[in-house]
Write a protein that binds this ligand. Structure first.
Ligand SMILES: Cc1ncc(C[n+]2csc(CCOP(=O)(O)OP(=O)(O)O)c2C)c(N)n1
Ligand code: SF4
Ligand SMILES: [Mg+2]
Length: 303
């Protein structure tokens, strides 16, 4: 389906104009398509993050669905409570969705998320990953990539990005997927699919952030595409334990088809101080991930 066809399939807007995100925000680009796929009957649980701010101040909210601001660590637990309450009221047709940053997911919120997944809570947990704590001025998270500048890693982060989608796949939940704000059709279809699956669904969206990653606002879509084309970010699904690369990533499965990671790095000021040694480490890490993806694509079990 083309993006034009997608627009006519989902003309309704639930993320309204006039929100207070920065220009070129990948997170709100993604949220627009997520809400189109979810529809009106949706309850969003949103822990402390940019997403509490860019929704605007009541009564001038940009979200035309229920949108609960929440304590930083509480995404998984509050969503679990809402699912239980709706169950008690016998309301079966409402999507409960946690919309959580990478800090709120991969660091402080991972316990609540893991608990909800272990209980098989019937909800969609979405991590929008801008790879740092952006709302508080760009501190590193465990999702920040190696070599990236943040205010708490002034000489570049010394560790690799934590692989939370695979941690969630290890919970044996029915659906795990990765996505990127530069691929709205892929994202839309994954959310649509998740909506119809019973149990815990986890979706991890790479969402480029101009001020935090230090690039010009008009480059958001290009940067997200380069993340995929260089293999720095892979789009895939793990459905009932079966791994499948999504088509934009399938195209770069062969290493010779992948662009050099420098093409992604050089457009972003956060990598200005990265050393040649760190670029090599990053490249090795990416190559190792792709060896695993290749094996899983051929049928090797995810766990
Ligand atoms: C317990 C607690 N510690 C710290 C904060 C301050 N705080 C609010 S938002 C935020 C960063 C959130 O980062 P992330 O989840 O990645 O979302 P982003 O801001 O990047 O959208 C922090 C540290 C808080 N609200 N609660
Ligand atoms: S700091 Fe980044 S994620 Fe937050 S609103 Fe601005 S562009 Fe979006
Ligand atoms: Mg973040």
């Amino acid at each position: 389906m083309s993006i034009k066809a997608l627009r006519s399939e989902a003309p309704e807007e639930y993320w309204l104009p006039g929100n207070s995100s920065c220009q070129g925000c990948g997170s709100t680009l993604a949220l627009r398509w997520v809400l189109k796929a979810l529809g009106k009957k949706t309850v969003m649980v949103v822990p402390a993050s940019c997403a509490n701010v860019y929704v605007g101040w009541w009564p001038r909210s940009s979200a035309s669905v229920n949108y609960f601001d929440m304590a930083f660590a509480a995404g998984g637990s509050v969503a679990s409570g809402i699912v239980a309450a709706l169950d008690y009221l016998n309301k079966k047709d409402i999507n409960v969705v946690a919309w959580v940053g990478d800090g709120g997911t991969t660091d402080i919120g991972i316990q609540a998320l893991s608990g909800a997944a272990e209980r098989g809570t019937n909800f969609i947990y979405i991590c929008y990953d801008n790879e740092a704590y952006m709302n508080t001025g760009t501190q590193r998270s465990s999702s920040t990539p190696l070599g990236a500048w943040t205010t708490t890693t002034p000489f570049g982060k010394g560790q690799q990005k934590k692989n939370v989608p695979m941690i969630m796949a290890a919970h044996n939940i029915p659906y795990v997927a990765t996505a990127c704000s530069s691929y709205p059709k892929d994202l839309y279809e994954k959310i649509k699919k998740a909506k119809d699956i019973e149990g815990t669904k986890y979706i991890h969206i790479l969402a480029p952030c101009p001020p935090g990653w230090r690039f010009d606002t008009e480059l958001t879509v290009e940067i997200g595409k380069l993340a995929v084309e260089t293999g720095m970010w892979a789009l895939y699904e793990v459905e009932n334990g079966v791994f499948r690369l999504s088509s934009p990533s399938k195209r770069v499965m062969d290493p010779s088809k992948r662009k050099p990671i420098q093409e992604y790095i050089k457009l972003q000021g956060r990598f200005k101080g990265i050393t040649d040694e760190q670029i090599r480490e990053l490249k090795n890490y990416v190559d190792r991930q792709w060896e695993r993806y290749g094996k899983m694509e051929e049928g090797c079990p995810v766990f």
